[in-house]
Design a protein around this ligand. Structure first.
Ligand code: GAR
Length: 209
């Protein structure tokens, strides 16, 4: 199976969805999580990993003298686990040049909006503030922009009157329900079937097929 390193900053429900899918079909899924990294201590996501017996590491920006030094340390910590794919699942940091040079065509992110609309740290809030009637989630490869890389898969979620009243949290929760399935499916397909990136297009299936 393909080796996955998952990066996160928070609750890690997307990580949990991956772990559940793998546990449900260890042979068939095509990938396994070999390590989980966080940008801070004490995340629920890292706790989930530890519970599943998966090694964790923390790489805190504040502990390095520069962003470049942090980026190099993160690259090294991830490389140690020899990943085939690196998944940013709620990792709320932008990686730098060193990381992208190491994992550029193997680094995927999940974002809670329909890119290219509403990139950045507040995708759900920004979509709601804009008054859109549909939003969703996007799984994409990471390039050197913010949420601008080639799109792998998207899921759609309708915005309701209640979302407008109740705000970000209710809508984000519904997006995450779609997002977890989308991520599990996308990672599994990339791992099992292979892929090739051509400009902005992601072609699933074995290279040369
Ligand atoms: C997810 O909705 C993910 O798309 C979002 O954080 C959440 C993490 O949830 N990421 C971003 O907003 C990145 N800009 P989780 O910790 O429960 O998996």
């Amino acid at each position: 199976p393909a080796r996955l390193v998952v990066l996160l900053s928070g609750t890690g429900t997307n990580l949990q969805a991956l772990l559940d899918a793998i546990e449900g079909d260890p042979e068939g899924y095509g990938a396994r999580v070999v390590a989980v990294g966080a940008d801070r201590h004490g995340t629920l996501g890292a706790e989930r990993a530890e519970r599943a017996g998966i090694p964790t590491f923390v790489c805190r920006l504040g502990e390095y003298e520069s962003r470049e030094a942090w980026d190099a340390a993160l690259t090294e910590a991830v490389a140690e686990h020899r990943p085939d794919l690196v998944v940013s699942a709620g990792f709320m940091k932008i990686v730098g040049k060193t990381f992208l040079a190491g994992f550029g065509d193997r680094f995927i992110n999940t974002h809670p909006a329909l890119l290219p609309s509403f990139p950045g740290a507040h995708g759900v809030r920004d979509a709601l503030a804009h008054g859109v009637k549909v939003t969703g989630c996007t799984v994409h490869f990471v390039d050197d922009g913010v949420d601008t890389g080639p799109i792998i898969a998207q899921g759609v979620v309708e915005v309701t009157e209640e979302d407008t009243a109740e705000g970000e949290a209710a809508l984000h929760e519904r997006i995450k329900q779609v997002e977890r399935k989308l991520l599990v499916e996308a990672v599994g397909r990339l791992a099992r079937d292979g892929y090739r990136i051509e400009g902005r297009k992601v072609h699933l299936g074995h290279v040369g097929e």
